[in-house]
Design a protein around this ligand. Sequence first.
Ligand code: UDP
Ligand code: MG
Length: 315
Amino acid sequence: MTLSIVIPIYNEEENVQILHEKLKEVLDSLKNEYEILFVDDGSTDRTLPILEEIQAKDKRVIVLSLRRNFGQTAAFAAGFDFATGDIIVTMDGDLQNDPADIPKLLALIKDNDLVSGWRKKRKDPFFSRRLPSVAANWLISKVTGVKLHDYGCSLKAYRRDVIKNLKLYGEMHRFIPAVASWYGVRIAEVETVHYPRLRGSSKYGVSRTIKVVLDLITVKFLQSFSTKPIQFFGPIGIISGFLGFIISVYLTLDKIFFGHDIGGRPLLLLGALLIIVGIQLIGMGLLGEMLVRVYHESQRKPIYVIKKILGPENK
Ligand code: UDP
Ligand code: MG
């Protein structure tokens, strides 16, 4: 089993040197071949020159330097694209994760496809970080049905095929387990240590909570309806259109048989609105269906994933 360690780094000039030393110590003690991919996410401080120095001395280090700051998810994605290991381990570059936990993850990856770290004693500010994260973790586990305690922990290990099947967008890295669950992966969780950030500053604040909620809605939608959008929009559209139809029929009969004036009645507006909304929603579902076909067929992306094929002709 070969290892690739993928680490997104944005303005961590005081951390990278120590991180590399700690990593090396842990990885050299393992029997596995390994590579360390530092993804410099457009740092503006001395991070990149320091990484270059590290790379010059250690040939197992690969430095990917992004042209500008694309964000942590994009940095992960870049690292995944270049990683060659059978097992891919991700972690933060600010020393809040401990490389010494890597063997723990590796022990579990033997029987799983994805192992996630759990910062049980998380060392981050309470109000701006830990409290929103408690709420977010609860919500994510309810909505996605993937039960983890700590989705946001960067320290994770993946089997290669899990990562290579994924496409990441937005701020989605914390949803990799949820997205990957679509492929039917076996997921395990393990307690890992967490340290306060001693050097450099955090790149995020409370505003991230809203982004997480929006990403969660996207993930949930894609998880449940990405290959059948009409099944999501259609039923609401049919119910809405049907209610509008009933209301309109009632008003029409009222006018014809009882001669009541219906022009100024709020019910008329409601009926018309429900019909229009119904048609719109069904239209959206149909558009979605077309998009799904374009998406899957243009990429020749099947709507299923095969784990292995058993048979005589199989190599
Ligand atoms: N990071 C990155 N690009 C960004 C923001 C962050 O590569 O745009 C990296 C950062 O250098 C660190 C990791 O992502 O290695 C986690 O960031 P941070 O420590 O700021 O997040 P927190 O631990 O506060 O959630
Ligand atoms: Mg951090």
